[in-house]
Structure formats: C-alpha cells, structure tokens
Design a protein around this ligand. Structure first.
Ligand code: THU
Length: 136
C-alpha cells in the first residue's frame, strides 16, 4: 500500500537539482534522483563515478542509501532525470536494490527535458523480483 501523497512535479524538480552535484568525469552522463519515503520525507542523490568504473554508484542508490541510513525503511516514490534530456530508466542493479525497500506498487517517475512524464510501478520494471526466502 502506498500511503503518502506525492507531488510528482516537486519530486522531479528535486531530482533535477540533485543532478547538479553529479560526479561523472568519465561518462559525462549526469543523473539525479529524488525519493519520497512512507514518512513523506524526501532524499536526493546523484551518480558518483570512480576511476575503477565498477565502483561507480548510481543516483538512485545514492538517494536510497541516504534514506535508509537515516532510518527510513519504505520507499514509495522515486523520480529520475538525466543530462541526456531523455527518459532515463533505472539500471538493473538499482531496480533490484530498490526492490529491497520499495513495494511492487512503488512509483518510478521519469521526466525528459520537455517535462514529459512517464510513470511505472517497480513491479512493471522488475517483475518477479528476487527475494531471499528466509523462512525455515
Ligand atoms: N547511472 C545512474 O546514475 N543511474 C542509472 O540508472 C543508470 C546509470 C549512471 C552511472 C554512471 O555514472 C552513468 O550513469 C553512466 O552509466
């Protein structure tokens, strides 16, 4: 169940602002994300690259880690933008990472540079998500 009211436009604006802090000297591809949790709090993030490319952290996971490390446990909405100006979908690792804290009805809000918006649920972008069955 998604409880909190989300102003999608406001969340997108916060993602755009977060993108300004992107550290992306290798790809020159800036990404910004803004998360709203169950409590209604908003956490933002950008991609942070590394010269050892595999150590790069995506904007979505930066924002999620900020939320979780502040004690949040339920992510309900995430807005994602990038410097490409086109709709930017979360990578596979981020979809899996989000699925730990976001229900399948959680909303993924994408915006392009012309303010066109696409909205998906996590379940649409990551059907049949892997879950560790810890029972027994
Ligand atoms: N990136 C993200 O921040 N989020 C995604 O979902 C896709 C990729 C970043 C990682 C890297 O810094 C740059 O975009 C190019 O892959």
């Amino acid at each position: 169940m998604i409880n909190s009211k989300c102003n999608d436009t406001e969340l997108i604006q916060k993602a755009i602002k977060a993108m300004e802090n992107s550290y992306s000297p290798y790809s020159h591809f800036s990404v910004g994300a803004a998360i709203m949790t169950e409590s209604g709090n908003i956490y933002t993030g950008c991609n942070v690259e590394n010269s050892s490319y595999g150590a790069t952290i995506c904007a979505e996971r930066t924002a999620a880690l900020k939320a979780i490390s502040e004690g949040e446990r339920k992510i309900e909405h995430i807005a994602i933008v990038s410097s490409s100006g086109d709709f930017t979908f979360p990578c596979g690792i981020c979809r899996q990472f989000l699925s730990e804290f976001m229900p399948s009805e959680g909303r993924i809000i994408l915006s392009d540079k012309n303010n066109n918006i696409k909205i998906y649920t996590l379940g649409e972008l990551l059907p049949e998500a892997f879950m560790l069955n810890t029972k027994d």
